[in-house]
Design a binder for this molecule. Structure first.
Ligand code: ATP
Ligand code: MG
Length: 432
């Protein structure tokens, strides 16, 4: 728009045109206030009913909440106004009138259920605290990209429509591809591994993953954003170092650059970027510590996956981000490199509340890899496009995948992962 001024930039003495949404109108009789909101903030517009042009007053006081308007007028200092300034309007233009029946109240005075909010995400995102989540999400992704560049990675984009799943036929969404069966990709795992054998060597990808998980939990989505890293000539400990650097960079960027958003979320006082190294516990230590908490009915034994209550008990005990290393080979995927017959190089990185990352060194020896497919009950032929590249010079390598929404969710203490996605996909939700 021509010469539009953001509310935050309106200085006393200026004549400005501001444009945005009608946040509220307060009619006090002889005087009335319209609060106009834009992406930068809010500003008060004052109507002196007796003194001003009737039509102007009429327009300003009868416009429905959440309509889009523009106001031209002089900015004056006014200590009693919410931002210390107010506009005396010369003209008010109603650009897009809102229906008086709103499906939810963007001023936040009336709480709405999450499902109502998600059905009306555009209105929901007019709230400062909701908008703040997505401003922070954007900053996290920016910082993560920068950190990956500092780690010498090249950003890649791999296909999301694939012929085979990474981990077999479960949890896959089938689609029809020109009459042929295809799937939405669960993970860029195999493609990113192929890149470490290419001239690129060290790569990252930020992209969607699709998982046809049956369960409906506060921390699972059917379409999530995976932050993936893979590096040639790196072992699992170097992959863990990179993981720690990326997560810390995300927190530090939010702490430095998102103070207004943290205030909107009421987190400014408690937000802390993690300091020091994330503790690294072996799987064996982890199950011992979980058993020692007495939280589980049945003690865990070697080979058990960690149940959610176990993860939680351990998270409370550790109290900060931490790694679990040395997982039993039998419960890690076929592409993870083993240390010996029982123990793998697989690791998980945990927030006290939940798993954020799975990673490890990868099996790069062709024969072992093909055996792994067979042991997992998968047909190596179907993965020929992947395995055959291991015959032509594949370096040792390691990497990980970090759930983008889980990172945001745990960072901001959100109760539901759906809060961190604009338009979440879950068992019930395919639209909007
Ligand atoms: P979980 O056991 O918590 O379901 P997973 O071990 O099945 O996770 P991985 O395959 O290890 O998940 O994926 C790596 C990371 O991607 C996870 O640690 C998590 O942060 C994220 N992730 C995986 N599946 C989902 C999902 N359905 N929704 C949101 N994030 C997910
Ligand atoms: Mg995992």
């Amino acid at each position: 728009m021509d010469e539009r001024t953001y509310t935050a930039d309106a200085e006393p003495g200026d004549t400005v045109t501001v444009a945005g949404w009608v946040h509220e109108v307060r009619d006090l009789g002889g005087i009335a206030f319209l609060i106009l909101r834009d992406t930068e903030g809010k500003i008060q517009v004052k109507f002196e009913v007796e003194e001003m042009d009737d039509e102007l007053v009429e327009t300003g006081l009868n416009v429905h909440r959440e309509s889009v308007i523009s106001v031209t007028g002089d900015v004056e200092e006014e200590p009693r106004a919410p931002t210390g300034v107010e506009i005396t309007p010369e003209s008010v233009d109603v650009i897009s009138e809102a229906d008086p029946e709103l499906p939810l109240d963007p001023s936040g005075k009336v709480d709405a259920e999450l499902s109502t909010r998600l059905d009306n995400r555009t209105l929901d995102l007019r709230k400062d605290e909701v908008k703040a989540i997505f401003e922070i999400r954007a900053e996290v992704l920016r910082a993560v990209r920068e950190q990956f560049r500092d780690l010498g990675c090249t950003e890649i984009n791999t296909p999301k429509i694939v012929a085979t799943g990474t981990e077999g036929g479960t949890e896959l969404f089938p689609i029809t591809y020109f009459g042929q069966e295809a799937f939405m990709n669960q993970s860029p795992q195999l493609f990113k591994q192929l890149m470490v054998g290419s001239g690129l060597e060290r790569v990252f990808e930020i992209g969607p993953i699709f998982r046809a998980e049956e369960h409906n939990t506060p921390r699972h989505l059917n379409e999530a954003t995976s932050i993936d890293f893979e590096s040639a000539f790196a072992d699992h400990t170097e992959a863990m170092d990179a993981c720690e650097a990326v997560v810390k960079a995300a927190y530090e960027a939010v702490e430095s650059n998102c103070q207004d958003e943290l205030v909107a979320l009421d987190l400014a006082d408690e937000f802390e970027a993690p300091e020091g190294e994330f503790p690294r516990l072996t799987y064996e230590e982890a199950i011992e510590r979980i058993n020692a908490t007495g939280e589980l009915d049945e003690p865990l034994v070697w080979g058990d996956d960690l149940p959610t209550e176990g993860e939680h008990a351990l998270g409370q005990d550790v109290g900060e981000h931490y790694f679990i290393t040395d997982w039993p080979s039998e419960i890690k995927p076929f592409y993870i490199m083993d240390k010996d017959d029982e123990v793998s190089t697989g690791f998980d990185m945990m927030h006290p509340e939940m798993e954020l990352v799975s990673g490890g060194a990868r099996e790069h020896r062709y024969d072992h890899l093909v055996d792994g497919f067979e042991q997992q009950g998968l047909d190596p032929e179907a993965f020929d496009y992947y395995t055959k590249m291991f015959k032509y010079g594949m370096p040792p390598h390691a990497g990980w995948g970090l759930g983008g929404e889980r990172l945001i969710m745990t960072m901001l203490g959100l109760g539901n992962i759906r809060e961190a996605v604009l338009f979440p996909r879950d068992r019930q939700r395919l639209s909007p």
